[in-house]
Design a binder for this molecule. Structure first.
Ligand code: 13P
Length: 257
């Protein structure tokens, strides 16, 4: 089974309006000339979603992701954005379960399970993030930790729904630290996640599910990470803010097909 290769850029809370357009244009100009074997996903801050989605409309292998959504479709939730709204804007993906949302916005398993259901119900695809903190890695219990994240917030989905999910393994100790998981560590966890998907759903579904690595992914380490059989692409933070670096990471993914 040939899985969809994906390189996604999570811009987090960075770039003002002009900078965001410059970054998006810089990526799109080059992306248009690239082969479509790698799906490119851009996750800009919410205020820029609509315009950047329009800018990317004529490049079929580029999709846009929101960085968050609320679990209710509408209502008195000042400041929030629903999956229904995102879907009405033709935004393809929403990132859920990011460790920064878990840490700074108290998003626990239960809230995330509700967000996951809401996004699927609205017709969106999900990039679901999981990954352990340093102390869990130090105690060698990372597999149990990640399995719990999957079981509590994702595995309530049906098999049909689960096909709309991309999993991103982002060890917290590697995010924004310059400390990347070794290719062997990434492969080990990605293989473990795929095994859990096979057990919970079917080997066919597990085989078709794209699993991305995130955490200090950059042009110098991308190729060896992507060379691992279960690493289908990357969820890139810091390096996605520089068009040249992000494009090099996409090229590294394209070369490993
Ligand atoms: P960095 O690539 O900056 O480590 O961030 C990774 C990340 O959190 C992507 O969602």
């Amino acid at each position: 089974m040939k899985r969809q290769l994906i390189v996604a850029g999570n811009w987090k809370m960075n770039k003002n309006l002009m900078e965001a357009f410059t970054l998006a244009s810089g990526v799109l100009v080059k992306a248009k000339k690239m082969s479509d074997q790698v799906e490119i996903v851009l996750a800009p801050p919410a205020p820029y979603l609509h315009t950047i989605n329009s800018m990317s409309k004529d490049t079929a292998h580029v999709n846009i992701a929101a960085q968050n959504c609320h679990f209710e479709p509408n209502g008195a939730y000042t400041g929030e954005i629903s999956a229904e709204m995102l879907h009405s804007m033709n935004i393809a993906y929403v990132i859920l379960g990011h460790s920064e949302r878990r840490k700074h916005f108290q998003e626990n398993h239960e809230i995330l399970a509700k967000k996951v259901s809401a996004a699927i119900k609205a017709g969106m695809k999900i990039i679901f993030c999981c990954g352990e903190p340093l102390e869990v890695r130090a105690s060698e219990t990372q597999e149990r930790f990640v399995l719990q994240q999957l079981e509590e917030s994702l595995f309530h989905l049906t098999e049909v729904e689960m096909k709309q999910v991309v999993v991103a393994y982002e060890p917290i100790w590697a995010i924004g630290t310059g400390k990347t998981a070794s290719p062997a560590q990434a492969q080990e966890m990605h293989q473990f996640i795929r095994k859990q998907l096979a057990t919970k759903y079917t080997p066919k579904l597990a085989d078709a599910c794209s699993i991305l690595y995130g955490g200090s992914c950059n042009p110098s380490n991308a190729a060896e990470l992507f060379a691992q059989p279960d690493v289908d692409g990357g969820l890139v933070g810091g390096a996605s803010l520089k068009p040249e670096d992000f494009l090099q990471i996409i090229q590294a993914r394209a070369k490993q097909t």
